[in-house]
Design a protein around this ligand. Structure first.
Ligand SMILES: *[C@@H]1O[C@H](CO)[C@@H](O)[C@H](O)[C@H]1NC(C)=O
Ligand SMILES: *[C@@H]1O[C@H](CO)[C@@H](O)[C@H](O)[C@H]1NC(C)=O
Ligand SMILES: *[C@@H]1O[C@H](CO)[C@@H](O)[C@H](O)[C@H]1NC(C)=O
Ligand SMILES: *[C@@H]1O[C@H](CO)[C@@H](O)[C@H](O)[C@H]1NC(C)=O
Length: 442
């Protein structure tokens, strides 16, 4: 069944449910207490979301997005017999989030009862035409038509809290969406040529300053965006399958001290990736280097998950930006992440990973120490006693449920365990509540 049909079916189901329980469509299914948890989904015309998927053969899209649409955009399974592993493209989080929201137990049709308002806009998918396509010269316009719709349609919904109760998902890095408006969208259509700054101006638009944006990566200073985990390839449908993975992670033998999966590090100028590459080459018995350059691993989780299961530590150096999807793959594999700057995770995923407990499940080696002071990553990691490594791994394994996005329609047993989606929604509602209180419940 095509995704759009499935959504339609879901919406129909929800509408039917709505007639029996007008304010709380799914509550009876889960026996959930919905106090302070109500979410209203704003209606958007499909060109803001699902149509972007049905029209997935963008000539300008960097990889073939269409291949990853099966299973509500979790992607095809890695094998015919796999129930939990998919060839997931993290860019499709926006659709996945939408799908999960439709089965959220505390939806309400009445926006005045809602604790938060979800805007099911596929921010990054819609940005592609501004980044690569026909709207390339108008990247300061990204989001304008969405705002016009939100403010014009059901004006009362926006005006009740001036957008402060709204939230939207952006399956990318905030850094790609802060092109200064003064840049006029590069060529701005006015024929004046300007230096192109990468990205669109979505997060620069005043119209969205009040809206909470859930992104894979936030800027250092708290603006409107909040970070949520990257999607990995693991989306179990039941508690049994989840638990059997965790048992494997716990029990597996790890003969390799450390591993790195990624690209880069080839240039001769000093940088942390280069230092890691050189150390790995000098210590082949202790370090496994999985070459993932040019995105060759992206949709092939076996390429990096197996090496991650063999290693005690997984190196997470910053690339073009501080965060990496690989951080979440390594947590999932019980491979203790080694960070080189705090912006890679500690200052990002404060809802999902406890900020004051990083020492208990990760290692921090400042990149300046590695690049300029000759600190050896191998030596630091070799120096950590085995008993401590075991303790860290156990702590890390406790984090796995919090960073997994379980698949839609999963078993009740698994639904009772909070996953990355649940924690994101909870955090969003609390953030919005605090915001409204600080504004004097405007
Ligand atoms: C698909 O994209 C093309 C090019 O951007 C556009 O002309 C067309 O209207 C789109 N179709 C749909 C159904 O959105
Ligand atoms: C997987 O399933 C497809 C279609 O059902 C089939 O063509 C293919 O041979 C199967 N592959 C394996 C490895 O069983
Ligand atoms: C953007 O503007 C430049 C310079 O005016 C022009 O050469 C280019 O074709 C434009 N790109 C698009 C996609 O319209
Ligand atoms: C955002 O909220 C402020 C009040 O905190 C309000 O003055 C402003 O108009 C709001 N912006 C929009 C676009 O509604």
């Amino acid at each position: 069944m095509p995704p759009s049909l499935l959504i339609l079916l879901l919406i129909t189901t929800l509408t039917l449910l709505h007639h029996t329980t007008p304010q709380n469509q799914n509550q009876d299914l889960d026996n959930t207490d919905c106090t302070d948890k109500y979410i209203h989904i704003r209606h958007l015309p499909p060109h803001f979301n699902t149509h972007l998927l049905s029209n997935c053969t963008y000539p300008f899209f960097p990889s073939n997005l269409c291949q990853h649409l099966p299973n509500q955009a979790l992607g095809p399974t890695t094998h015919n017999t796999s129930h939990s592993w998919f060839r997931t493209d993290p860019t499709l989080l926006e659709h996945f989030f939408h799908t999960r929201m439709l089965e959220y137990p505390c939806l309400t049709n009445d926006p005045t009862l809602a604790d938060a308002i979800y805007v099911p806009y596929y921010t990054v998918l819609d940005s592609l035409r501004y980044l690569y396509g026909d709207r390339y010269n108008y990247s300061d316009q990204h989001g304008k038509s969405l705002y016009e719709f939100l403010a014009r349609e059901d004006t009362a919904v926006w005006d009740r809290h001036m957008g402060h109760d709204h939230f939207v998902v952006l399956a990318g890095s905030a850094w790609d969406y802060i092109q200064p408006l003064s840049n006029g969208g590069d060529n701005g259509g006015d024929g004046v040529s300007r230096v192109r700054v990468w990205g669109s101006s979505f997060l620069e638009m005043e119209e969205f300053f009040n809206v909470t944006v859930l992104a894979y990566e936030s800027r250092a200073y708290p603006f409107q965006e909040m970070s949520i985990p990257y999607m990995t390839s693991f989306h179990p449908p039941s508690l049994g399958l989840f638990d059997s993975w965790v048992r494997r992670v716990r029990g597996v033998r790890r003969p390799v001290l450390m591993m790195f999966a990624g690209g880069g590090g080839i240039s001769t100028s000093p940088n942390v990736r280069r230092s890691i590459r050189l150390e790995c080459e000098a210590n082949v018995d202790l370090c496994e280097f999985v070459d993932c350059s040019n995105g060759i691993c992206e949709h092939d989780p076996i390429k990096f998950m197996k090496p991650m299961l063999r290693a005690s530590f997984c190196l997470q150096p910053p690339g073009d930006t501080p965060t990496r999807r690989s951080t979440f793959d390594s947590i999932l594999a019980g491979c203790i992440p080694v960070f080189f700057e705090e912006l890679s995770a500690k200052k990002q995923y404060v809802w999902h990973l406890p900020e004051d407990e990083y020492d208990e499940f990760s290692v921090m080696i400042p990149k300046e120490d590695v690049v300029f002071k000759g600190v050896s990553v191998v030596e630091v990691l070799k120096g950590i006693p085995k008993s401590r490594v075991r303790k860290m791994r156990n702590k890390l394994i406790e984090m796995i449920p919090r960073i997994v996005y379980r698949r839609h329609g999963s078993s009740l047993g698994l639904r009772n365990q909070k996953d990355a989606f649940d924690i994101a929604v909870e955090g969003t509602i609390q953030r919005i509540k605090a915001r409204l209180e600080s504004l004097g419940d405007m």
